[in-house]
Design a binder for this molecule. Structure first.
Ligand code: FAS
Ligand code: PHB
Length: 390
């Protein structure tokens, strides 16, 4: 079997790349180690930048998002018991974000791919890549006990942080940069109305909290928790009680609780691989970089990587121009590092760092007070949050 681009991974990176390549007339096959149901069962991101909305619109996978998604013009910062609105729309000359869950984005992309008959191999076992230093890279995998091989001109490593692609690159060919945070996020999804019509990011002396949503009847909440916590230690009641402690009186009074339909703890890390290209192998999304979810950048960075990559592959196949593939890594990393900085800064500002003591909390509160009173500082926050230009 052969194709022009072999995509490893059917998460948002792989699926969006597949549709962008299809639109350009470039043949591609996706190989995914999990089942489609398993991929859809992972509850992750919730906020889309305009660039991601544009990419989904570009490939014609935007109908349900525009119908069911929630455009947001701002969010609240909560500190010292007071909420302060960051008016994204006014601060960025009219930009906004779209609240629409990653699960829904993935579902829409999967359906679009199936509708045009593109090949996706789910539940592929022992996926391996080879010969990516040459121009005839290979992907092999097992399916129902049979070993298969796929030849391609390029391999797109869209297989996430724990994937096989980055792991297949010899250690002396790449440089990694990592920062692990001393806490995690305990997340709950519940079919209850959100506590407010926009998101609330809270800095409290009990720890960070985030009030988000998936619709006006389904809410997504997070609280910072110690890395030693296990999800089975947290009953729903314990979660709701702690969340209420971290809200302002108005939000605490309005909080509607209910049974969790998903509850999980995610560790937080910043991670970047350099470069993102190795011969005919190109890394995109979480396969190349991870951000703490505070800045809502993970999914959006994946989308910007694959927009660069799709343009590069299009120039190669359609115009025999190699400039795009040559520049991909440098171009993608320039944007990745800006999002890494923003995500690190926002995480450092909003979370409790027990080892830093009370001084750190006071400095955070001073920076937050400056932020909400300075047009320049809040503009910097807003333009990073809505997404820097591609
Ligand atoms: P993904 O990890 O989504 O997809 C990679 C795919 O490759 C998976 O389907 C995997 O099964 C497959 N794969 C792995 N190894 C393979 C192999 N050897 N062979 C074939 N396939 C293989 N971002 C936000 O913006 N906000 C959030 O709140 C947020 N919360 C998150 C919570 C968690 C627990 C995690 C892990 C991430 C979270 N993220 C969040 C970031 C997340 O949304 C990612 O940025 C996004 O999923 C990136 O998409 P992909 O690059 O496609 O990687
Ligand atoms: C979410 O809704 O899952 C979400 C929203 C904003 C973030 C992180 C997660 O910064």
């Amino acid at each position: 079997m052969n194709t022009q681009v072999a995509i490893i991974g059917a998460g948002p990176s792989g699926l969006l790349l597949g549709q962008l390549l299809y639109k350009a007339g470039i043949d591609n096959i996706i190989i995914e180690r999990q089942s489609a149901a398993y991929v859809l069962g992972r509850i992750r991101a919730g906020v889309l930048e305009q660039g991601t909305v544009d990419a989904l619109t570009e490939v014609g996978v935007d109908a349900r998002m525009h119908q069911e998604g929630l455009p947001h013009d701002g969010f609240d910062l909560l500190f010292k018991g007071q909420r302060h609105r960051i008016d994204l729309n006014a601060l960025t000359g009219g930009k906004r974000v779209m609240v629409y869950g990653q699960t829904e984005v993935t579902k829409d992309l999967m359906q679009a791919r199936e509708k045009v008959g593109l090949k996706t191999i789910y539940s592929a076992e022992d996926v391996a890549i080879a010969d990516f230093d040459g121009v005839h890279p290979k992907v092999s995998y097992s399916l129902d006990g049979q070993r298969h091989e796929l030849s391609a001109r390029f391999i797109a490593g869209c297989d996430g942080f724990h994937g096989v692609c980055r792991a297949s690159v010899p250690a002396d060919r790449l440089e990694t940069y990592e920062k692990v945070y001393p806490f995690g996020w305990l997340g709950v999804l519940a079919d209850v109305p959100p506590v407010a019509h926009e998101l609330i990011y809270a800095n409290t002396n009990r720890g960070f909290a985030l009030c988000s949503m998936r619709s006006m009847t389904r809410s997504r909440y997070y609280i910072q928790c110690p890395l030693t916590d296990r999800v089975d230690q947290w009953s729903d009641d314990a979660f709701w009680t702690e969340l209420r402690h971290r809200l302002d009186p108005e939000a605490a009074a309005q909080l509607v609780t209910g049974p969790s339909i998903e509850k999980s703890i995610a560790p937080l890390r910043s991670f970047v691989t350099e470069p993102m290209r190795f011969g005919s192998l190109f890394l995109a999304g979480d396969a190349a970089h991870i951000v703490p979810p505070t800045g809502a950048k993970g999914l959006n960075l994946a989308a910007s990587d694959v927009r660069y990559l799709a343009r590069a592959f299009s120039s190669y196949f359609l115009d025999k121009d190699e400039q795009g593939i040559t520049q991909y890594s440098e171009k993608a990393l320039a944007r990745v590092w800006k999002a890494e900085r923003f995500s690190w800064w926002f995480t450092s500002l909003m979370h409790q760092f027990p080892a830093e003591g009370a001084f750190n909390q006071k400095v955070q509160e001073a920076e937050l007070a400056y932020l909400v009173s300075s047009q320049a500082a809040s503009t910097a926050l807003a333009e990073n949050y809505v997404g820097l230009p591609l």
